[in-house]
Design a protein around this ligand. Structure first.
Ligand SMILES: [Zn+2]
Length: 492
């Protein structure tokens, strides 16, 4: 068996005389199916647990969760994680292996079938199987997503654990269900136990050929942000590791000690493509994780340099965070974390609402005015997405790049920002001004041109960046946004 152990990182600890180590490498190296892996060796006897994500490219939460779980230390046994089994599919957002013939394109049907004498089919399944069988896992957890809640729509396996019903999994699976269901309030959306992993799946082959206690954990993508789905995967895997006496830390370790770590809030109050666009802005420049309100309340921001709150509704984001989440964001920034708000996130950071975070010393133009023949209207609303012009200030050019003159940017009801003058909070600095405007109602005319489009400030030890328009939705402005985020996160 040819297994290339490209060791990217080795950390040795001494635990009761035994050596713990983290090793990393790549499966199918040099092919288009490359899959990074990471092994946490505790140095103590115990089970081998292998976690796989991203077998289906249109089920990104499994890859997200596995990408987080790969940073979990273990106190006994061995934890092996392959976060992105179908990298090209994840990149394209396709279930199948891109460019592969109909018969073999579903990676989770390419492993050895129950009645077959043939091994796995196709390069990625063969390479992954070599790796998996070489490690002889006691447990194999494959992280997937269904499109609907199984208890509501029996055609989907969403929100279930599909396991082999071995004696050991008969003990573990109920514990995993209990852990994940504790945070699911609607009875019909709770996870249920199903049988049996489909023929040709990695889980079934791992059970039948290797004797592993194997299972497929399915979240539900319908109306649930990715952060929530990945959190559910984490809760299930962590419950298993706790049961096996392997877990060394809690279930919400999301990152390692990578250079620049960014949390993008994607839960209640976030709309449109904001998180995806920020992903694109930072691709290759930062380790990015989606986080939800429950994650924020659990203190995950402390693991990051920067928190980004994208477009949607600032008041709804505040509501989803709840007082405990809002306090967690404030504490994070006060102690040196960075905050970047885009559109709604800049309402959230403002100082003029009772629900806003007061991280930035600005208020927003939001009074309600009686409009003849229309009625009473709040002035924040200026209509559908539109293109306006903005221009950087001298201070802005230092942070955001040497861009001269006015240029186009997408605008969609971002805040019209002006000084709040709140005591104890330093003044903000304009980094850009609007050079044109959009308006829906007469009293809005002339209130936008010349006002700050991007501002910077400080809150405690942290930096705060507020962007009213949507430069993150224009590839031509990715670099400008990236520079702003680097500044806010104090990237060295
Ligand atoms: Zn799947």
């Amino acid at each position: 068996m040819r297994r290339r152990l490209a060791i990217g990182l080795m950390i040795f600890l001494t635990l009761l005389g035994a050596s713990a180590a983290v090793t990393t490498g790549v499966i199918a190296e040099g092919t288009r199916w490359e899959m990074a892996w990471r092994v946490h060796e505790s140095g103590q006897p115990g089970p081998t647990v292998l976690v796989v994500g991203g077998v289906h490219g249109n089920e990104p939460a499994g890859a997200s969760a596995a990408g987080q779980i790969q940073h979990w230390p273990v106190k006994r046994g061995r934890l092996i994680v392959v976060p992105r089994a179908n990298g090209p599919g994840l990149k394209d957002g396709t279930r199948f292996l891109p460019g592969v013939a109909l018969k073999t394109r579903d990676l989770n049907r390419d492993f050895q079938k129950t009645d077959s004498k043939d091994g796995p089919i196709g390069e990625p399944a063969q390479a992954l199987w070599k790796f998996v069988s070489g490690h002889k896992p006691d447990w194999l957890i494959d992280l997937h997503e269904g499109t609907d809640f199984h208890q509501i729509n029996g055609k989907s396996v969403g929100s279930s654990i599909i396991d082999v019903h071995s004696k050991a999994s008969g003990v573990a699976v109920p514990l995993m269900l209990k852990a994940v269901n504790a945070a699911v309030s609607e009875p019909k959306k709770k996870f249920v136990r199903l049988r049996y992993p489909v023929d040709g799946s990695l889980a079934r082959a791992a059970h039948e050929r290797l004797g592993a206690h194997a299972m497929i954990c399915e979240t539900t993508s319908k109306n649930q942000p990715r952060s929530q789905r990945a959190r559910q995967h984490r809760l299930m895997v962590h419950a298993l590791l706790t049961h096996l006496q392997m877990a060394q830390a809690g279930p919400h370790v999301l990152v390692g000690k990578d250079d620049f770590r960014v949390a993008i809030y994607d839960a209640g109050g976030v709309g449109g493509n904001g998180p995806r666009n920020v992903d694109r802005v930072l691709a290759g420049h930062a380790v990015v994780r989606r986080v939800g309100a429950a994650d924020v309340r659990d203190g995950v921001l402390e693991q990051f340099h920067l928190a980004v709150f994208p477009g949607g509704s600032g008041s709804k984001q505040a509501k989803a965070l709840a007082p405990a989440g809002r306090k967690a964001v404030q504490n994070f920034v006060r102690s040196g974390g960075g905050f970047a708000g885009i559109c709604a996130g800049s309402y959230l950071a403002a100082a003029n609402y009772e629900w806003s975070l007061g991280l930035s010393n600005h208020k927003t133009f939001c009074k309600s005015v009686d409009i003849p023949k229309v009625g009473r209207k709040s002035m924040w609303y200026r209509g559908p997405s539109a293109t306006v012009q903005m221009e950087l200030t001298d201070a802005g050019r230092k942070i955001l790049g040497d861009k001269k003159g006015a240029f186009d940017v997408r605008y969609h009801n971002g805040p019209i920002m002006s000084p709040m003058g709140k005591a104890g909070l330093g003044a903000f600095q304009p980094l850009a001004h609007f050079r044109s405007e959009v308006s829906r109602y007469e009293p809005q005319k002339g209130t936008m041109t010349g006002t700050p489009a991007i501002i910077s400030g400080h809150y405690g030890k942290g930096r705060v960046l507020c962007i009213s328009p949507h430069p993150e939705s224009s590839p031509a402005l990715y670099e400008l946004v990236r520079r702003g985020l680097f500044w806010a996160g104090n990237k060295k």
